[in-house]
Design a protein around this ligand. Structure first.
Ligand SMILES: [Zn+2]
Length: 456
């Protein structure tokens, strides 16, 4: 009897252990199965570092990438080139974190049905960009390198974000990154780089002045073509005479802004760079953008002046500066940019984008005064005729980058139109004059955005 009792006890103990183990497994399964299935190596969900399931479309439903069985890109070669930095390539050289971020939503995983439980398709994601506008930007840029970006500062939708150079994933060229033509081709310059801003940075200095000085708008300084400071001269593009802030912005007078920076002081300028978040990275759709830089530690008066003019050690990320344009347009606050409109498997709600505010970064009066100054620059300098049917406010920059390269051309601004709440940022590398290079490009792209919005 004793032996039987012992055996029963052992059997019971084994049963308890088994039951306990099953309970642990069940709990783990319910809690973590989703993560196991969508682990980064699962070939049903990922293609190397990029998403490998589902269909990705632009905002109008045009298919940009179909990964349901193979990896099929758009029909149009120009659209393939213009969107590759958002979709990723076949080999993982270009990573596309925005769509990959939503792979779990797209994979359509659920506990009972497993992967692709009911849909069997791998889901769908819709981007906020327009294939048509991306293509317009690609063609307007031609062979030049840089970024063209437009976003809706009320909703946060990115309508256009082109990074050049790029290539057709269906006709991959022999890429030699040491060649100038292909320099940084795998980078999404919109999110992953920071540029010397040049004179568009004068908007930051102007914001600090409007906010902290009495009567900043009427403050006059004299430009004699150069301004002597400790540490050396600040040179101007011309001899502008005695001018106020409005003229100084329109003429992009370096002597004016050197003297304005001197009055403001390095600490105030630094405080405004922080307040306006100019160098801070942005995070959206699984992307964290590159940071910018602004440093005036141990700098001479001349170096601080150049920092107030957007040179010296200043750099800005295109997506961040685009948001700053939205903030001015929006009266001191704007929507944060995003590029994924929705992602899901069709079974459940999936992911649906919502508008996230930057919060108030700038006083409303200051933002409005800045917008007015930028509006005046377009009327008097860049030409309203380049933007038919739009009330554009803008500032150009010609950013010296050193070496044997020509300056980067930069152009930033927004439309003051209720129907077209669009902010934009353009940078063209190794190009020369900011407005001359960038205005024809952004003029075409804004026109395409306007047409698209009229059709929607
Ligand atoms: Zn000047």
């Amino acid at each position: 009897m004793n032996r039987v009792a012992n055996r029963s006890t052992i059997a019971l103990m084994l049963a308890v252990v088994l039951l306990g183990g099953m309970c642990v497994f069940l709990v783990e399964y319910v809690m973590n199965a989703g993560d196991w299935v969508i682990f980064p190596g699962n070939p049903h969900v990922y293609n190397g570092v990029n998403i490998g399931c589902g269909v990705i479309t632009d905002r109008s439903g045009e298919v940009l990438l179909d990964s349901t069985s193979d990896r099929v890109y758009a029909d149009d070669s120009a659209v393939r080139k213009a969107t590759i930095h958002w979709l990723g390539d076949r080999h993982g050289y270009i990573s596309a974190p925005a769509v990959t971020h939503y792979a779990p939503d797209m994979a359509g995983y659920d506990l009972l049905g497993g992967l692709y439980g009911y849909s069997g398709t791998g889901g769908k994601a819709e981007l906020t960009i327009s294939a048509k506008v991306q293509k317009t930007a690609l063609e307007a840029m031609g062979k030049k390198k840089g970024v063209v970006a437009v976003y809706n500062y009320r909703t946060g939708e990115i309508l256009c974000a082109l990074s050049a150079p790029n290539y057709d994933p269906d006709d991959v060229p022999k890429i030699d990154e040491s060649k100038d033509k292909y320099e940084g081709i795998y980078l999404n310059r919109f999110t992953q780089t920071a540029y010397v801003p040049g004179s568009v940075f004068k908007l930051v200095t102007a914001a600090a002045a409007l906010d902290t000085l009495d009567n900043a708008a009427d403050t006059e300084f004299r430009c004699r073509g150069s301004y002597e400071m400790s540490g050396g001269k600040v040179k101007c593009t011309g001899e502008h005479g005695t001018i106020d802030l409005e003229e100084a912005l329109a003429e992009s007078c370096n002597c004016y802004f050197a003297q304005l920076t001197e009055v403001l002081g390095a600490d105030t300028l630094k405080r405004y760079v922080e307040k306006l978040q100019i160098t801070k990275s942005l995070t959206f759709d699984g992307i964290t953008t590159a940071k910018g830089s602004f440093s005036v530690e141990d700098a001479s008066a001349q170096q601080i002046a150049w920092a107030g003019i957007g040179q010296y050690l200043d750099t800005v990320n295109p997506c961040r500066f685009l948001t700053f344009m939205g903030v001015i347009a929006g009266g001191g606050e704007a929507a944060q940019p995003h590029i994924v409109a929705s992602a899901g498997s069709g079974l459940f709600g999936g992911y649906q984008a919502s508008t996230v505010s930057t919060g108030r970064l700038l006083d409303e009066d200051t933002a409005d005064a800045l917008a007015e100054l930028m509006r005046s620059s377009v009327k008097n300098q860049y030409g309203d005729k380049n933007f038919p049917g739009l009330n554009v406010c803008a500032k150009s920059g010609t950013a010296e980058v050193g070496g044997d390269k020509k300056p980067n051309a930069v152009f930033a601004g927004f439309c003051m139109d209720e129907e077209y709440p669009l902010a934009f940022f353009v940078v063209v590398e190794d190009a020369g004059s900011g407005a001359k290079t960038c205005v024809p490009i952004i003029s075409e792209v804004l026109e395409a955005c306007k047409e698209m919005m009229d059709d929607e």
